[in-house]
Design a binder for this molecule. Structure first.
Ligand code: HEC
Length: 143
């Protein structure tokens, strides 16, 4: 009992401290609209709903992104997600990079993307079979 009385507040204090630590950022960098991806409305809707939190400059930071240890994981996902693919920097990519990314997007949508952890908290981001087809059609179609 006594141990718990000391241990519990210490742990809570530690987690609060870890949450306040300046690890990573929760910034949404400014976007040059001319660089943002422009795709048909039905495609944009899917990306905005299921991908934009990690692959754009328009992340909606949830409350748990402020609470350790989830905060570290969310900040890592957004940082690495943006590095891998940022729909708000799409037009700064070379044709070759766009081509490669489109293929990866078609492969990953509804399979490994969005990440499992994310779907756990965002069931609305789940990709249906029909939506996967819409994304594939865009990725392998003309542009
Ligand atoms: C919770 C954050 C998160 C969400 C939501 C998310 N991704 Fe990702 N994505 C990542 C991270 C982190 C990486 C980089 C590491 C990796 O490949 O796992 C990544 C990598 C990728 C890559 C690989 C890029 C490359 O260089 O080959 C593609 C393509 C991709 N995501 C597409 C999508 C699409 C499409 C969606 C929506 C259907 C989506 N992601 C949703 C976090 C996310």
């Amino acid at each position: 009992m006594n141990t718990l009385k000391i241990l519990l507040p210490t742990l809570v204090g530690l987690f609060v401290l870890m949450s306040l630590l300046p690890y990573g950022t929760r910034e949404n960098p400014k976007t040059d609209p001319s660089l943002s991806l422009k795709a048909p409305k039905e495609v944009m809707e899917i990306f905005k709903r299921s991908c934009y939190d990690c692959h754009s400059n328009q992340t909606r930071w949830p409350w748990y992104s402020y609470v350790f240890p989830m905060s570290w994981s969310v900040m890592d996902h957004v940082k690495n997600g943006r590095l891998a693919l940022n729909f708000d920097e799409w037009n700064s990519y070379s044709q070759k990079k766009k081509f490669k990314l489109k293929d990866a997007i078609a492969q990953k949508t509804g399979t490994t993307m969005p990440l499992k952890d994310y779907l756990w908290a965002h069931s609305e981001a789940k990709i249906s079979k029909k939506e996967k087809e819409i994304v594939e059609k865009w990725a392998y179609g003309e542009e």
